[in-house]
Design a protein around this ligand. Structure first.
Ligand SMILES: Nc1nc2c(ncn2[C@@H]2O[C@H](COP(=O)(O)OP(=O)(O)OP(=O)(O)O)[C@@H](O)[C@H]2O)c(=O)[nH]1
Length: 391
């Protein structure tokens, strides 16, 4: 269960007890609900290339890929499946399904709205997983919210569980795109490339074959400024082990430990001297900031105070002791109570959830907890305020 600012009363802090199974294959089998990954990314960054690879390679997964158009994947050896619905006779014209040789189901739909997804779910059983490619201009935040808390929808959409959001960034043009990102949203004053990175659980820095190491480092530094909690993988033509992008349970498991000390991904070609000590705790790029605060074991009073702090920040856009308003796009965290219970915090916009982890899932949890917030107005005053709550 989750909290949102439309709830009348704040529910108690501990909400959901998760099942003990973990790991991609188990996660796929464990749930009758079909996991869904949102793939977003800058225009021309390589989203279709990634999906084409997934649709043509032998990987053993039966994935339904929802694409805006088939484009040059139409020549894939496939059997067209007609899907029509008595409720919507026009469905045949708006959607096309291809059953592919590798077990994938490719679904081309012009409209990725609720009705189209519901119609895909009529074919439930033909696939175990859904990948949804958004357009280059999409803000994945609201799309993620829709799939994250979908209980109010009828059977179909409610049979989907959000696994994570993956962002494909162009290693060649990503830096320029971020620098030139113009606000398209009056409310947030942020352009889509920044919002896409902020909303993501995994980032693929694609077209790695075309850039020099220093370009990588600078782009990675900028991405880290916006989102310090998402692992970054360098890819060529979307070449990546699928386990890094599907079945990650990003909305269920603690955020992974991403190296933040030097603001970039470690690799063999990185032999430059840089400071590995004193990880920064606050970043800012074009008005969006991220904040990472560590915490020890929390007693009930601190857990209650933390819940209230998050609620006030997400629902009222206020932080105790801070003059300026905040706007939080994404929050994540993992922490432990003095009774030994592990919790995971997840939030998208004003919705958040604090879930209790059961035995199996809590194996990899470090002793130190952490809270990561991404949004506007998250300055040093905000950090000090959160630290006071956790002290
Ligand atoms: N050299 C190189 N080219 C790539 C790589 N990935 C994709 N491309 C090329 O980049 C171009 C754009 O790739 P797409 O996969 O169409 O990008 P997209 O994000 O789907 O594009 P939009 O749907 O227009 O936003 C194509 O010509 C690809 O062949 C890569 O890793 N290296």
């Amino acid at each position: 269960m989750s909290f949102s600012d439309s709830d009348d009363e704040a529910p108690p802090l501990v909400e959901a007890v998760m099942d003990a199974e973990a790991g991609p294959s188990r996660a796929l089998r464990a749930s009758a609900r079909v996991p869904l990954t949102i793939i977003c990314g800058f225009l021309g960054a390589g989203k279709s290339t990634l999906l084409k690879r997934i649709l043509t390679e032998k990987h053993g997964y039966r994935i339904a890929v929802i694409m805006n158009e088939f484009g040059d994947t139409a020549d894939i050896e496939a059997k067209t499946i007609n899907v029509s619905s008595a409720d919507d006779p026009s469905a045949e014209q708006t959607e096309e399904f291809l059953e592919l040789a590798n077990g994938c189901l490719c679904c081309s739909i012009k409209d990725t709205g609720v009705a189209a997804i519901e119609r895909l779910m009529l074919k439930k059983g033909a696939f175990d997983y859904i990948l949804l490619e958004t357009t280059g201009l999409a803000d994945p935040g609201p799309i993620a919210s829709m799939f994250w808390h979908n209980e109010e929808y009828s059977t179909g959409l409610a049979d989907i569980v959000l696994d994570g959001v993956v962002c494909v960034v162009d290693a060649v043009f990503g830096q320029g795109q971020l620098e030139e990102d113009h606000a398209t949203d009056d409310d947030l004053g942020l352009g889509e490339s920044i919002r896409q990175i902020a909303a993501s659980d995994v980032i693929l820095l694609n077209k790695s074959d075309l850039v020099k190491p220093e370009t990588f480092l600078e782009t990675e530094r900028m991405i880290r400024q916006i989102n310090p909690a998402a692992p970054i993988y360098r890819t060529v033509k979307g070449e990546i082990d699928l386990q890094h992008i599907i079945g990650i349970s990003a909305f269920r498991l603690p955020p992974p430990d991403v190296p933040v000390a030097d603001n970039h991904v470690h690799s063999d070609d990185c032999k430059d001297a840089h400071n590995h000590d004193a990880p920064p705790t606050h970043y800012e790029l074009r008005g969006i900031s991220s904040l990472q605060v560590a915490c020890g074991v929390l007693d009930q009073a601190r857990l209650d105070r933390l819940d209230e702090w998050i609620r006030t920040a997400l629902w009222e856009n206020q932080i105790a002791g801070a003059a300026q308003a905040v706007k939080i796009l994404r929050c994540k965290g993992a922490f432990t109570s003095d009774t030994g219970v592990h919790y995971v915090l997840q939030g998208v916009r004003s919705m958040y959830e604090i879930s209790e982890l059961a035995g199996g899932d809590s194996m990899g949890i470090p002793a130190t907890g952490k809270i990561v917030l991404i949004g506007k107005g998250l300055d040093d005053t905000a950090r000090a305020s959160l630290e006071r709550v956790l002290l």
